[in-house]
Design a protein around this ligand. Structure first.
Ligand code: DGY
Length: 321
């Protein structure tokens, strides 16, 4: 097939090898994303675009690519970087990579909960600074995890995988998600009950206009003062100014963020001054197996779209009606 393809980064081998069996793609080889101008130039005239969550794919870009564009495939489950409505309006299917990163992301949420509760990064900084002089009864005391109450905001695949893991820690799990059925012993509650009763609050909603800054000063004010907030969803779900204020005055015990807004987080962000805030660079899906599977799914979506077949994982199936 002589379709034209642009891939916006070197993706793991399983996907790349599969694509190269069928096509000769143009691949952006820098570690940094293409600039807007570079994205426009390289994607002009392509039949298929494979992108990451670092690229903004809007209607203007789709039009500049041209009406021959058959598929947009993102190597991510989240598609908030793509104007899906604009793609649908142009009849372009958009593919994503659900399922394969559920476990890795749920593992990361648990790792962050435990790290924040037991102050692991702070303790390691303490040790490396040469401050460990003896065992002390009150040194770096953290929060109890086992037996506590976990509130899950957004009870889709990843939220449910977190609930499943919580059973092993004897957590009481409550969740807020009007569209989800209870599983793994989790109990549905309204948002105020969740915030008022949870020792750990874990965010698992996609970023949409409705969820932008869902976690704001008002939300944080309703949380318990011993509570830990964990965000492995999207940075835009959280108002970082409100979070800084809540952490600075110990309104809540700690926060652990896998995602920020913007990404990367500027090094002058006040959040970086705080001992009770853990921040890691968007690593929820960062295991070798998971990234291999994500690249494979992204490649399968791309190839199906180019062949005019239904994408295995399509976020806008209405294009097929
Ligand atoms: C995704 O795929 O949306 C994740 O955020 C990547 O880790």
């Amino acid at each position: 097939m002589d379709s034209k393809i642009f891939i916006t980064r070197i993706i793991p081998d399983p996907g790349l090898v599969l694509i190269r069996e069928h096509f000769l793609p143009d691949i952006w080889t820098s570690d940094l994303p293409p600039s807007r101008g570079e994205l426009i130039a390289h994607s002009h005239g392509v039949d298929g675009l494979l992108c990451l969550l670092t690229e903004k794919i809007d209607g203007e870009l789709m039009d500049s690519i041209g009406s021959q564009l058959k598929v947009i495939s993102s190597m991510s489950v989240g598609v908030d970087h793509i104007d899906v409505a604009a793609a649908t309006a142009r009849g372009i299917p958009v593919g994503n990579t659900p399922g394969v990163l559920t476990d890795a992301t749920a593992d990361q949420a648990l790792a962050l909960m435990l790290s924040a509760a037991r102050r692991i990064p702070e303790a390691e900084r303490f040790l490396r600074a040469g401050k460990w002089v003896t065992w002390q009864p009150s040194l770096l005391l953290g929060a109890d995890f086992t037996g506590s109450t976990l509130g899950i905001v957004g009870f889709g695949r990843i939220g449910q995988a977190v609930a499943r893991r919580a059973q092993g820690f004897d957590l009481r799990v409550i969740y807020h998600d009007p569209s989800a059925q209870p599983v793994y012993g989790a109990q549905p509650v309204d948002m105020d009950t969740l915030l008022g009763e949870s020792d750990f609050v874990s965010i698992h909603v996609p970023l949409t206009e409705k969820t932008r800054h869902l976690v704001n000063s008002e939300f944080l004010a309703k949380m318990k003062s011993n509570a830990v907030l964990v965000n492995t969803a999207r940075g835009g779900v959280l108002d970082q100014t409100g979070l800084y204020q809540a952490l600075k005055c110990n309104r809540i015990f700690a926060a652990a963020l896998d995602v920020t807004d913007p990404e990367p987080l500027p090094m002058d962000s006040p959040l970086l001054e705080l001992e009770n805030c853990i921040i890691v660079p968007h690593l929820g899906s960062a295991s070798k197996k998971t990234r291999d599977l994500m690249s494979l799914l992204a490649a399968q979506n791309l190839i199906s779209g180019l062949k005019g077949e239904r994408l295995p994982h399509c976020v806008n199936p209405e294009v097929y009606r």
